[in-house]
Structures are given as C-alpha cells and as structure tokens.
Ligand binder design. Sequence first.
Ligand SMILES: O=c1ccn([C@@H]2O[C@H](COP(=O)(O)OP(=O)(O)O[C@H]3O[C@H](CO)[C@@H](O)[C@H](O)[C@H]3O)[C@@H](O)[C@H]2O)c(=O)[nH]1
Ligand SMILES: [Mn+2]
Length: 354
Amino acid sequence: MDVFVTTADPDGIVALDDDALLPAMDVFVTTADPDKEPPLATANTVLSILAAGYPAGKVTCYVSDDASTEVTRNAVVEAARFAALWVPFCRKHGVEPRNPEAYFNAGEGELQADGMAGAGARQEAGAPRAADARRRRRGAADDHAGVVQVLIDSAGSAPQLGVADGSKLIDVASVDVRLPALVYVCREKPRGHAHHRKAGAMNALLRASAVLSNAPFILNLDCDHYVNNSQALRAGICFMIECGGGGAAEDARAVAFVQFPQRFDGVDPGDRYANHNRVFFDCTELALDGLQGPIYVGTGCLFRRVALYGVDPPRWRPRRELWFAFIGLSPVGLGEDERLWSRMKQMVILSGPR
Ligand SMILES: O=c1ccn([C@@H]2O[C@H](COP(=O)(O)OP(=O)(O)O[C@H]3O[C@H](CO)[C@@H](O)[C@H](O)[C@H]3O)[C@@H](O)[C@H]2O)c(=O)[nH]1
Ligand SMILES: [Mn+2]
C-alpha cells in the first residue's frame, strides 16, 4: 500500500493567480445552539471567511441558524459591519490568521477555553437569551419560520480601492475594500417534522445557495471551525482544477471533495489526551487518500457541488435542449456551462476510486 501524499501547489496553476479564472465558492457555516456555541465564535468564523484570500466577488458565505435566535442573527449582522474594517485591514497587513479572536490572542499562550467568545455570549445573558431558553423549553426552536436575509450583497468583479480619509479608524487608501457576500439563513422547521439536525441544515443551505449564487464549489464549516490560513481556499481549489498541480485537469474533475485536516486551539502544551488527533488527520486520512479517498469528517471540507446532488441540479437557464427538440434541431448549440455540467454529472456517477 502506498501512502499517497500530495501537497497543494498553487504556484504551478496559472488560474489560481488570475482572479478572473478562479471558480466561485459558497461557504456554509452551521450553528444550532447559542448556549453551547457562543454567537461571538460564529462571528469570528464568519470574519475568517470574509477575509480569506479569494476574490471577494466570487465568495458567498451562508450562515445557517438552526435555533432561529435574534442573538445569533445580531452577531452575524455585527460581523458584517466589522468586516468593513477587518477585511481591508487583513489585506493591507497580510494578517494571519484572519479570525480576529485567534489573531489577537496569538502569542498570549493558550486560548482560554472560556475566553472572549464565552464572555461575549455571557454579556448577552439578559432578557433575550432567557426568552430564547424559554422558547427552547417549549420546543419553539423546532418550530419556526424560514428566513433568508442577504446581509452583504455580492461584490462586482473589479477591485474597488479605498480612498484616504483621516476620519476613518484605519487607512484603507489603495486597498481593495470589497467584501464577499453574506447571507443569513434559517430554514423553516414545522413542529412534528424530523429536521435531521445538521444534515437537514446542510440540505437547506444547498438549496438556498443554488438559487442565490450556485457556486460550483462549496466549503462547509461548523461554527467553531475557522479558516486558519488565508490561502486555504485557493489551495483546496488546486486539487479541484488540476489535481494538486501535478495531474491533468480531466483527473481533477473526478475529485468530489477535498477534506482539510483540523487543527485545534486551546489544547494543553503536552497534549496529554491526544486532542490534536494527529494520527487521524496526518496519517490515516493521507493513507486513505491512496485507497479510495479520505473520510469526510463533517467540517472543513470543500465539495464539488454536483457531487452532492442526488438529482439533477436546479437550472437557472431555460432548458435549451427541450427548446431545440421542440423546433426539431439537435442540441449542438448547448452552452459550454451546460455541456460541462452534464459531463461532470457523468463523472460523479462513473468515477470510483481515483
Ligand atoms: O440541529 C442541528 C444540530 C447541529 N448543527 C450543527 O452541526 C455542527 C456539528 O454539531 P456539534 O454538536 O458541534 O457536533 P460535534 O460532535 O462537535 O461534530 C463533529 O462530528 C459530527 C459528526 O458526528 C460532524 O457532523 C461535525 O461536523 C463534527 O465537527 C455544528 O456546527 C452545529 O451547529 C445544526 O446545524 N443543526
Ligand atoms: Mn462541534
């Protein structure tokens, strides 16, 4: 058995340097319980995504709030507001990592398990959260309407440079100030219907994003899993468009997903309880890549959208083949996008081990 180790080589792929050629990406963040998952941690995760080194006009971040609480929605709204400062600041100074909590704690030793995020959540522990708790006890968190709210609209493809303005907190002159799009999603949950927890939330995000941005690639993150390297999105795309820089583009199209390893903050320096999980992420997963591919671990995974569809993807274009059939012509005039989609569907079905 060969251990199959490939490393992303963004330098070898021309398309990765050309923003115009990079594919669009939808990023899903799931959160469910504001008591166990502090909304401030979710906000930090969202900021790490919005500030990631990928063309702003090509990223849409979707936050799924399965509890439908004001405290989470407000945290995401605040993240959107703060992003206008944080994202250009990160671009200008090459900040790493781009999760503000992790960045400002760097060098301070271990992150406190109950640090900024916990404190932030506790500050909210007034009336709204008590009301949330009451609502949950009544089971209301399993019975709420659907909400889709675009918090930041999609940016254009041309860089938008900031101008010098002494009254602003930071100087963003000559820095691209565009932000990726941000959408708050809360799926409808009728009482008495199984909502299938995270899987149900992911399916709802898949459908909502198909209508709004329909990016061909999807990265999913739990609310407490942030992007810890601003080049990670480009590195993932490396494997999707050219098999890590080494293989042919045709081979790359057969890659359904790329699983990122997890790295953990707040583990004791000796890691007495093996919380870093190195054997799994740095040995088992790599070895499995030499067999049929790594295991999807539920988070930190970049998917090819069509690999997730059990049925035909929704179409935003009229069914041109039907029209051609109707007027008695063969569908030779299909657009490149449509041909590509049908080819990829075939690969997903046909491709076994790579
Ligand atoms: O009704 C629900 C329940 C959970 N979640 C989200 O699902 C994710 C994972 O849930 P969590 O309670 O954090 O489970 P963990 O045991 O920490 O999850 C690990 O293991 C799970 C599989 O057991 C994977 O799905 C997760 O991605 C992985 O992080 C979190 O973002 C939750 O907000 C929802 O969106 N809706
Ligand atoms: Mn978790």
